[in-house]
Design a protein around this ligand. Structure first.
Ligand SMILES: Cc1cc2nc3c(=O)[nH]c(=O)nc-3n(C[C@H](O)[C@H](O)[C@H](O)COP(=O)(O)OP(=O)(O)OC[C@H]3O[C@@H](n4cnc5c(N)ncnc54)[C@H](O)[C@@H]3O)c2cc1C
Length: 386
């Protein structure tokens, strides 16, 4: 059975925030660089993140006791939608705001929450996600990084890979093995640890992607000693925690808005005779995706667990964006070799950045095959839990 989702209208008080966010962008982000716009939520601007923190736009839904804004998930939706639609550089706080903070709120101890969450809300504290390892991406439960309990410490050994922002992150939430699988069940015996990235024994080696950026990294742990309270949540409960975390990162507007600046550019330059129907179809796609994504936000607000719908948004969003980028490059007459030689033209720089990053859209956060597996399995459960 397909998940049933009720379309929602964002409440008026949330919609009212749009004007405020646009004014904020006018003040704090005067000269949008097309290369940064193309990176969108991977673009790093620490000062911009701090400014967002001061404005109360990070940790918006979290309790005030931890530095949050105690606002609704719909208000947060509007704020991130506006920031992403503009292509603003939100990468420095993105992971912490979207998933590490919510994970801490759900599973962290009072001390962990009070120590870490206020820094995230201020746009100061950077998180990275330590899930993937060489040979363990889609098959995440096969990971080999291990934490061993020795007295009052955890001792961590192993390697992570593709770790976005590890080079300057303050903390990693790492999924590691803390005990042996039971009965061949690899999902058993995994735990999440809060790793202070400045602890001795951690080596971070940047990886350059094909667009020339160095946002992701290899991370090596050699006898890294962590305090007992580095455990996040339940020992052995890592798999369930990580599965819920992945649902948080799959259904937001970041899954279909990275290329919006390019769609806008195409609309501005379009030849109505040649491009009109194409543009109308892409707009219809975009509206459909947004309707799905806001409906998932409504499910989350209602306390439900829309795992399947989130996977659908992620898969359809990546497919939409990858197609749009190649079509727009074609329609705008982009010549890859010329653009690589000179990137002075802002539109060419925008296209080039997006063409080079588009293949990653269907890798980060889960590949199409994995997402479609989740969707297929979930069809028999009413779509709420795969
Ligand atoms: C831009 C970017 C940022 C990233 N940031 C992070 C990060 O911060 N932290 C982190 O931990 N990871 C990160 N990743 C890694 C990402 O999560 C993995 O790339 C992803 O999970 C896929 O794993 P893999 O690369 O090992 O590919 P594999 O799992 O080896 O997959 C290779 C291919 O095989 C297919 N495949 C695999 N298993 C099956 C199956 N059972 N059935 C059918 N087909 C299958 C896949 O769909 C894919 O097409 C990032 C990746 C990218 C591109």
């Amino acid at each position: 059975m397909l998940p049933s989702l009720d379309p929602i209208d964002l409440p008026a008080d949330a919609e009212a925030l749009r004007t405020e966010v646009r004014a904020f962008l006018d003040t704090h982000w005067r000269r949008p660089d097309p290369r940064l716009q193309a990176q969108s939520w991977q673009a790093i601007d620490r000062d911009f993140s701090r400014a967002l923190g001061r404005a109360g736009y990070i940790g918006m839904t979290w309790p005030k006791a931890y530095g949050g804004g105690d606002r609704s998930a719909f208000e947060r939706y509007v704020v991130i939608e506006e920031l992403l639609a503009a292509g603003a550089p939100v990468g420095a706080h993105w992971i912490a705001d979207r998933q590490s903070g919510p994970l801490l709120l759900r599973h962290g101890t009072e001390a962990q929450k009070r120590t870490i969450l206020p820094g995230i809300c201020a746009g100061e504290t950077v998180f990275c996600i330590g899930m993937s390892e060489p040979g363990s991406g889609s098959d995440l439960a096969s990971l080999r990084t291990r934490a061993e309990r020795r007295g009052d410490r955890w001792v961590l050994n192993g390697q992570k890979v593709w770790t976005t922002n590890a080079a300057f992150a303050d903390w990693m939430i790492a999924l590691v093995r803390t005990s042996e699988p039971v009965g061949g069940r690899k999902h058993v015996g995994l735990s999440q640890l809060l790793v202070n990235m400045r602890a001795p024994g951690i080596t971070v080696r940047p990886i350059q992607d094909m667009a020339g950026h160095r946002h992701f990294n290899e991370v090596f742990f050699q006898d890294v000693a962590l305090p007992a309270d580095a455990l996040l949540g339940r020992e052995g409960g890592g798999w369930a925690q990580v599965t819920a975390e992945l649902a948080l990162e799959r259904s937001g507007p970041e899954r279909f808005l990275t290329s919006l600046p390019l769609l806008t550019e195409l609309a501005e330059r379009a030849d109505p005779a040649a491009d009109g129907t194409y543009l109308a179809e892409r707009l219809a796609d975009l509206i459909t995706l947004r309707t799905l994504s806001t409906a998932v936000a409504g499910e989350l607000v209602a306390g439900r667990d829309p795992v399947v719908a989130a996977a659908i948004v992620k898969d359809l969003g990546a497919t939409f964006e990858q197609g749009l980028i190649l079509d727009a490059a074609d329609r705008l007459g982009w010549d890859g070799r010329r653009a690589m030689a000179s990137d002075n033209d802002p539109t060419e720089a925008l296209i080039e950045g997006l063409v080079l990053s588009a293949p990653s859209f269907s890798l980060r956060g889960g590949t199409p095959e994995i997402l479609r597996g989740i969707i297929a399995k979930g069809l028999g459960t009413g779509g709420r839990r795969a």
